[in-house]
Design a protein around this ligand. Structure first.
Ligand SMILES: [Zn+2]
Length: 233
């Protein structure tokens, strides 16, 4: 796990690239990480004519903000929706990393207010509990909206912003990214089974627990997705 700011910057750039290569982000969406032991947040810069594809954002491009969303360091500004991150970090001290995307299938399910059930074994734990739905498509551009969103999300690992996207919160950046990836896989599978005219079989809790206990850990899955994204180990 990253122990220095420069390692965290590299990991943030890796997350941007993996999510881009998987089609979960384009120029929009943003990951962030709390700099350990501080109230400072390292976050992808706001998109601009300079900051475009998330495939090509470098570690040095990342910016630092405080928990009020104020820019502390960085050539570019922070995302307008930085309050998704700052309000969740304030509400949940255990959260060290957050990913926000506009990923397609999860957003489609949010528009229909259709539940995303655990239906595929890998990643089923991400949606084991009902996924909270914040019923607004606002850009989360101030503390009032961010706090309201954080209240709706509660202690869930993932949440849906209706007609907008998703939020994933975890102890590490790779886990926050993997949760977003698995949420999207579950959402697409739910949709496809519903489109067949069938109801999906919901994986029961004991099967989710058995898979978690016997499958590989998130580090192995993250190494795979980095390889898919062309990132050297
Ligand atoms: Zn957004």
């Amino acid at each position: 796990m990253p122990t220095t700011e420069s390692e965290l910057r590299q990991q943030l750039a890796d997350v941007c690239r993996v999510l881009f290569r998987l089609g979960l982000v384009d120029y929009m969406g943003h990951p962030s990480a709390r700099i350990p032991g501080t109230d400072r947040v390292l976050i992808k810069p706001r998109h601009s004519t300079r900051i475009k594809s998330q495939d090509r954002i470098a570690p040095d491009d990342m910016v630092i903000i405080d928990l009020d969303g104020k820019l502390l360091e960085g050539r570019d500004g922070p995302p307008g929706e930085r309050f998704i991150h700052t309000c969740l970090y304030r509400a949940r001290p255990e959260v060290q990393a957050i990913v926000h995307t506009h990923q397609h299938w999860s957003t489609i399910m949010s528009i229909g207010a259709a539940p995303i059930h655990p239906v595929i074994h890998v990643g089923s734990e991400v949606v084991e509990q009902p996924v909270p739905l914040w019923p607004h498509a606002n850009l989360v551009t101030d503390n009032e909206l961010g706090d309201d969103m954080a209240r709706t999300m509660g202690s869930s690992p993932v949440g849906l912003l209706q007609g907008h996207g998703i939020v994933s919160a975890a102890a590490t950046l790779p886990e926050a990214a993997l949760q977003a990836i698995h949420l999207e896989q579950q959402a697409e599978a739910n949709w496809q089974v519903l489109a067949m005219g069938h109801q999906p079989r919901i994986i029961p809790e004991e099967e989710i627990k058995q898979r978690q206990a016997t499958g590989v850990g998130w580090e192995v899955r993250w190494a795979y997705y980095k390889e898919v994204a062309g990132i050297d180990a």
